[in-house]
Design a protein around this ligand. Structure first.
Ligand SMILES: Cc1cc2nc3c(=O)[nH]c(=O)nc-3n(C[C@H](O)[C@H](O)[C@H](O)COP(=O)(O)O)c2cc1C
Length: 183
């Protein structure tokens, strides 16, 4: 699949078939995450794959939507703050940025394999860390339910037009997407 087709094919999947995900496909999506860029190439991430019923039930307590309960597997994407780059000028920790890029790689690879995913941020991170006994330097950033979409019709993308957020040279200048220099 071409890249521009793939980015349109990925969508937040909230209805899953009752079908287990092949382990080899899970490994493929994790390997795509592995290829993501990260600050100083520190790769400060961990991915915890949850498929067992009792562990899925723990996760459902951190995000109790019915659709989420139907996912056959969930990947907990974690930032490892002991391994991440911190910007010296202000101490900014890039762990969550790095994890976000890796998760995007993972979701796009999943879409190419016919798998659906959804980034879930609105969960109880403290409970999650407690249930899965994460040490203090590891924080859960996102839950990624993964499975075969019940309906793989791609919903229409609702996105702002470029004019709303592209600015040439200065934030004051917007609306003109073409510069004489680059046209
Ligand atoms: C950082 C982030 C947090 C999100 N959190 C949630 C969430 O907690 N629950 C949910 O159902 N979807 C969540 N989403 C999915 C967004 O709603 C979705 O990506 C957006 O509406 C665009 O739709 P699309 O992914 O189908 O293109 C999140 C997405 C991102 C990137």
């Amino acid at each position: 699949m071409k890249f521009n087709e793939l980015i349109l094919r990925r969508f937040s999947t909230r209805k899953f078939k009752e079908k287990a995900v092949k382990k080899s496909d899970i490994v493929k999506v994790l390997d795509a995450a592995r290829m993501a860029p990260s600050a100083v190439n520190y790769q400060p991430w961990h991915f915890v794959i949850i498929q067992k019923k009792e562990n899925l039930e723990k996760l459902h307590k951190t995000y109790s939507r019915d659709w989420f309960k139907a996912a056959p597997a969930v990947i907990i994407a974690c930032a490892d703050h002991s391994q991440s780059w911190k910007r010296s000028i202000d101490g900014k920790d890039s762990a969550e940025i790095d994890v976000a890029i890796a998760v995007d790689h993972l979701m796009l690879q999943a879409a190419e394999l016919g798998l659906g995913t959804c980034w879930v941020c609105n969960f109880d991170t403290e409970r999650c860390a407690e249930y899965f006994r994460f040490p203090l330097h590891i924080s859960p950033v996102a839950l990624i339910p993964i499975g075969y979409p019940e309906d793989d019709t791609v919903p229409a993308k609702k996105r702002k037009p470029l004019e709303d957020f592209v600015h040439w040279e200065s934030l004051d200048h917007s609306g003109n997407l073409h510069t004489p220099e680059t046209d």
